[in-house]
Design a protein around this ligand. Structure first.
Ligand SMILES: NC(=O)c1ccc[n+]([C@@H]2O[C@H](COP(=O)([O-])OP(=O)(O)OC[C@H]3O[C@@H](n4cnc5c(N)ncnc54)[C@H](OP(=O)(O)O)[C@@H]3O)[C@@H](O)[C@H]2O)c1
Length: 384
């Protein structure tokens, strides 16, 4: 029986993880759940899974929920509360399903307390990959990827000699606007952006998938998880989203991982690793698949991808700055304040102004994140 904490349990990944756990009641026990502010959903989850610990980051929401939950459940509130929650002895595994930069500090804390990590969040590695990976190595903690592409790469590399690895193909569905002309981007509505052709996900990652920044964030995530340079990672558009990524070895062999686009698959693998437990999910039906197609991404149409390659070459504080500016711009787009094609423009402007600090420690990264958010808000004001 594995004792699991799901941070961000009210989100898309959190809910998919709970679906996986419902299928395997003898394998897993949910000991902790958390939300930012969605107390109604968290309350339902608490009633069903009866965790020992609950975390609510938003203080107003926390004050409301605290009155409703049983006194036997230990309650943690605020961002610091989440870091205290992950230190609890009764937690073996932490599934990090918080979106955005808010995952970084609880992730580092969970690693410090030697919890096994199933990592869905990508922003924390983008911001502070070297620090997170060094902390994991120091504490002998495994970071098991949940992101479907990184899970695919991990599965393709299992048992292989890393020195034989020549290249990683990181696949991307291309999002809803792959075939639209550039002129169309100016007037894209929020509704169109949130209508992803292959995946049902949280709002922030759905916008990132439409700009292709999601793939840019994964470029950095891949570099840190597998210790490769940006030059070893080729991003390739694969609209059917059946091949979740591929690795090429130096003998000309390419290995790929294929499955239906359903996040329960990589979540289950990260939670049950090294076992593969039988479930009710179907493998792809090859006779029904007409074709699997691949194409190179158009960097002119999707400048966010170029920004991520630039940040990946620069490293230091630049990826954290790119991530922060993008988070602010996406939030502003989702609240109707800027256009879709302003998102990369705001991000690029903030990155251009930033003076990179090499080998930053955690406080330098948090400081760069903070300044980039202020700069992004200023860049947004300048647009209007
Ligand atoms: N969804 C996918 O298919 C998918 C696939 C691969 C990777 N990922 C990655 O997994 C992460 C989660 O994605 P998602 O789609 O599940 O996002 P989501 O649906 O927006 O859910 C995010 C979860 O994190 C909580 N949260 C957000 N900000 C927080 C903060 N500052 N402090 C504490 N909790 C916070 C949310 O609480 P509220 O409910 O109160 O907002 C919610 O529980 C992202 O980093 C994403 O890139 C997602």
């Amino acid at each position: 029986m594995k004792n699991i904490a799901i941070l961000g349990s009210t989100g898309s990944i959190g809910e998919s993880a709970l679906k996986v756990i419902r299928e395997f009641p003898r394998e897993f026990r949910v000991v902790a759940l958390s939300t930012n502010a969605n107390c109604a959903k968290l309350y339902d989850q608490v009633r069903e899974f009866k965790p020992l610990f609950v975390g609510v980051s938003d203080l107003t929401a926390a004050a409301k929920l605290r009155k409703k939950v049983s006194r036997n459940i230990r309650f943690f509130d605020g961002a610091e509360g989440l870091s205290a929650l992950v230190s609890q002895k009764k937690i073996d595994h932490v599934l990090m399903a918080i979106s955005g930069a808010g995952a970084l500090l609880p992730l580092i804390e969970a690693i410090k307390y030697k919890k096994q990590i199933a990592l869905a969040n990508k922003e924390a590695l983008v911001m502070a990959g070297p620090l997170v990976m060094a902390a994991a190595a120091r504490n002998k903690v495994k970071i098991l990827p949940v992101d479907s592409e990184e899970s695919a790469i991990w599965q393709c590399l299992e048992g292989e000699n890393k020195r034989s690895l020549k290249k990683i193909y990181l696949t991307a569905s291309g999002g809803p606007f792959k075939d639209k002309p550039k002129q169309y981007f100016r007037n894209i509505s929020i509704k169109e952006v949130l209508n992803h052709p292959r995946w049902k996900m949280g709002r922030k990652i759905t916008v990132d998938s439409a700009t292709l920044m999601n793939k840019g964030l994964e470029l950095l995530e891949t570099m840190h998880l597998f210790g490769v340079s940006s030059g070893m990672v080729e991003i390739i558009i694969h609209p059917e989203a059946i091949v979740h990524s591929m690795v090429e070895f130096n003998d000309g062999v390419v290995m790929a991982q294929l499955s239906q686009p359903d996040m329960r698959i990589p979540i289950q693998y990260a939670l049950t690793y090294p076992e593969r437990l039988k479930n009710r999910l179907q493998a792809p039906d090859f006779a029904k698949l007409n074709s699997l197609t691949f194409e190179t991404p158009d960097l002119k149409k999707f400048p966010s991808l170029g920004l991520a390659y630039a940040a990946a070459r620069e490293l230091g504080t630049m990826p954290a700055v790119m991530n922060a500016a993008n988070e602010v711009a996406v939030e502003e787009f989702l609240s109707g304040g800027i256009r879709f094609n302003d998102i990369p423009e705001v991000t690029a402007k903030v990155m251009r102004r930033h003076r990179v600090k090499r080998s930053p420690d955690l406080s330098a990264i948090l400081c760069a994140d903070h300044c980039a958010r202020t700069d992004a808000r200023k860049a947004i004001e300048d647009l209007n």
